[in-house]
Design a protein around this ligand. Structure first.
Ligand code: SF4
Ligand code: SF4
Length: 433
């Protein structure tokens, strides 16, 4: 097998193919009518001598990061939460997005709409279901504007899943929320220990019951399983429970695994339990393998990460209930990282903000960063930019790259893929910002 991260292509070569590849690497001229040569060229396993892969990748990166025909916002209708998870990176506050901020969001979208082909919203929080009427009203407004201007509109929702009901699922469908992320951290004992209500009461059984609301609905549900040293043993138990509950072999429900991280001060308390990306990479293929055998997931395949996350795009913002504009999901509720307020939206003023400038200066191609010479750059793009642009937020106060786990588990993962040979899905990044 040969993998190329720039094309994201995987080739399986037989004896003849391997011999052909070796000859081409030695300098034999490729024959375009030879199927092996053509495949190797298309997959960029061999490249013309003068082709600069890094310059090409940087071009794709800049084109994607600074594209102006699509807009991506994360909106927090509230940053209040009904849960008291011990690893949460946010500082929650009683809050609710008021009418002026909602009106300004609609006004801005209406201004931009004639120049956009696509607008994507992620509903985030706190817990967005606590301010569901805001989600409803804004969604309807966005849909109307999108329809009037022929803009493609879609949304996703990050929720703890506790407050969902049939009406909310019906709302999601009518408001084009096509992707929902819900977290379970183990079977009841593991999950309730750390994802409990503020009162301490467990939440597992209610979330499990609510997952059934999505059966046969046109909404894709990602069950996120956050793993650290405390619940690693609980993951297989959870997977078996989900299968027993009839949530396996459904077209629209899949699990994925993410390491617990402690990127900002509110979550530094759990740092001692967190896996390094390298350690997590050893667990991941085994979890996915079990999930796949139970009909709950698919062995993941890398996906190209060209432009970077919302935080590093000029117009990418996380809008807080009072209109404060953050760049990053993990700094929500921390006013010192806000770059402006939507009520006084002025791109020129925002460009003067030093925090904004630090985000925009993030450069995964910088010569002093290991990423610029890393083979995984096209499918990782430097990992989470917060760690590079704001290393002081990390527990040790210094730069810690969040390398893609494929860097360490690609052999195992690709071997599993070849054994299963039944397709693969891209793995969601641990933060979908
Ligand atoms: S990937 Fe990192 S920088 Fe981007 S939104 Fe997520 S936490 Fe923030
Ligand atoms: S974060 Fe790590 S894996 Fe990703 S591009 Fe940089 S060095 Fe490579």
């Amino acid at each position: 097998m040969a993998y190329n991260s720039l094309s994201n292509g995987l080739a399986v070569l037989d004896e003849e193919g391997r011999a052909r590849y070796a000859a081409l690497v030695e300098g034999t001229q490729p024959q375009l009518d030879h199927p092996v040569d053509r495949g190797l060229l298309e997959g960029r396993f061999i490249i013309p001598e003068k082709f600069n892969e890094l310059a090409y990748l940087k071009t794709l990166h800049l084109r994607d990061r600074y594209a102006t025909d699509n807009w991506n916002l994360t909106i927090c209708p509230t940053i209040d939460c009904n849960f008291g998870c011990d690893y949460c990176f946010q500082l929650h506050q009683k809050s609710r997005m008021g009418q002026p901020v909602q009106a300004k969001l609609l006004e801005l979208f209406a201004q931009k709409a004639p120049h956009l082909s696509r607008f994507d919203v992620t509903w985030f929080g706190g817990e967005p279901a606590l301010a569901w009427d805001v989600v409803q009203k804004l969604s309807q407004g966005f849909l109307d504007i999108a329809r009037n201007h022929g803009v493609e509109y879609g949304a996703s929702l990050v929720t703890n899943g506790y407050l969902l009901d049939e009406e909310k699922v019906a709302d999601m469908i009518s408001h084009r929320i096509h992707l929902v992320q819900i977290t379970l951290d183990g079977d009841v004992a593991y999950h309730d220990q750390r994802r409990h209500l503020l009162s301490g009461e467990g939440t597992f059984e209610q979330i499990l019951a609510n997952l059934h609301l999505f059966r046969d609905q046109p909404i894709f549900v990602q069950i996120r399983i956050n793993v650290d040293a405390r619940n690693r043993e609980g993951v297989p138990v959870l997977l078996k429970r989900l299968a027993e509950e009839g949530l396996a072999h459904l077209e629209n429900i899949r699990v994925y695994f993410a390491p617990v991280t402690s990127t900002t001060p509110p979550s530094h308390g759990v740092n001692g339990f967190c896996f390094t990306p390298k350690d997590f990479a050893q667990l991941e293929p085994e979890y996915f393998s079990l999930a796949e055998s139970l009909g709950l997931g698919t062995i993941p395949y890398p996906s190209l990460q060209l432009g970077g996350c919302i935080a590093t795009r000029p117009e990418g913002f996380v809008v807080e209930p009072d209109g404060s504009l953050q760049k990053c999901w993990d700094t929500v509720g921390q006013p010192e990282y806000a770059v402006g307020n939507i009520l006084e939206y002025d791109p020129s003023r925002i460009a003067e903000n030093p925090i904004y400038q630090r985000w925009m200066s993030w450069d995964p191609f910088a010569k002093d960063l290991a990423c610029s010479s890393c083979s995984w750059l096209p499918t990782c793009m430097g990992g989470c930019p917060l760690r590079v642009a704001f290393p002081e937020t990390m527990p040790e106060g210094k730069l810690e790259l969040e390398c893609t786990t494929f860097k360490w588990n690609w052999k195992r993962t690709f071997t599993l893929l070849a054994e299963r040979a039944n397709g693969a899905e891209p793995i969601p990044r641990s933060c979908t910002g």
